[in-house]
Ligand binder design. Sequence first.
Ligand code: F0G
Length: 388
Amino acid sequence: MTHQSRYTGLLDRYRDRLPLSDDTRLISLGEGATPLIRLHNLPKVLGRSVDIYVKFEGLNPTGSFKDRGMTMAVTKAVEEGSKAIICASTGNTSAAAAAYAARAGITAFVIIPDGKIAMGKLAQAMMYGATILQIRGNFDDGMRLVKEVAEEAPVTIVNSVNPYRLQGQKTAAFEIVEELGRAPDYHCLPVGNAGNITAHWIGYCEFSAVSGEQVTESCAYCNGKCPFAGGGSGGNRPKMVGYQATGSAPFMRGEMVDDPDTVATAIRIGHPQSWDRAWKVMDESGGWFAEVSDAEILAAQRMLTQHEGIFCEPASAASLAGLINDLKAGKIQDGSSIALTLTGNGLKAPDTAISQCTGDMPGVDKATMVTIDADLDSVRNAILGFMG
Ligand code: F0G
């Protein structure tokens, strides 16, 4: 019997396109290589002939796209001799930081907004053994504190202001181009700090660039002379489209938002860390930002589960909610290919999922559930009743 070589994570897979040397010790949990799933039913439901592919990043080891950046950032932190990492987080970054710190045998400090993080993410940070600092404040307060404390304590910041994070995250775009044989026409993502949309753009630019000169001005890693590009395909690049929740939409307001709010707590961010870079992404790609309401986000999350069997978390569904609006408005033409990043797993936020299946939410169906006695008659009658 022949053995396929074992997949050992994206750092190993894309070693020559990342800031790694041959003897770097890789801190990996086998992240990356997530499925790119073509939607079969939703285009019909929406009555449009478009190709929609979802990159299900919720299938990474800690259930979100953060693992791509965290394997890179923690690998470099350890290489540079760091014994502790720190991040502010709406939940997913803290879960990933905690897991990769555990794997590396170093300490993780995570600052999270008290009461505003999904249950699954809190459970992860606790189980992986992070030291959790819950603040009476929001993500933006936490981010400010992380930057301040890193000046005074020997801790490495692993938020996306750490340029290694975006280096790891850019690999999602590599995987998409490799699978489709070209870049999609549009790539839609939910936007909080705007690190991920920037990272995807960097990935598309590097992969298509023929030389390393001025690959994209949105990348903070080098000064206009990219060491990882060159000899690329010269192929197309997508228009990047970023969706924000209405209550947390600084890119739509054109300024920072001081009291952000949304049911999609992962993107409850008013002061995005990659503000200038994300505007560059829009300039260079010809894309746009748009906003979606909480009701649209939850309805899109439910549509994806019920029509395609894919369960993502609310923030991730913002990309589908926005795409639906842009298809309706005719901003995206028939015949287009579209990639959506589903950033996190639906199991991260079971509380939100269950509470939206009670029938109280406009536009979202009640879950079908009855409580019956534990006997054959009751089960048979229930089944026949539902089928009849
Ligand atoms: N989707 C999910 C599920 C997220 O967790 C985040 C960010 C985003 C989208 C937005 O990505 O910030 O790069 O624009 N979560 C961060 C965290 C803030 O702390 O977990 P972005």
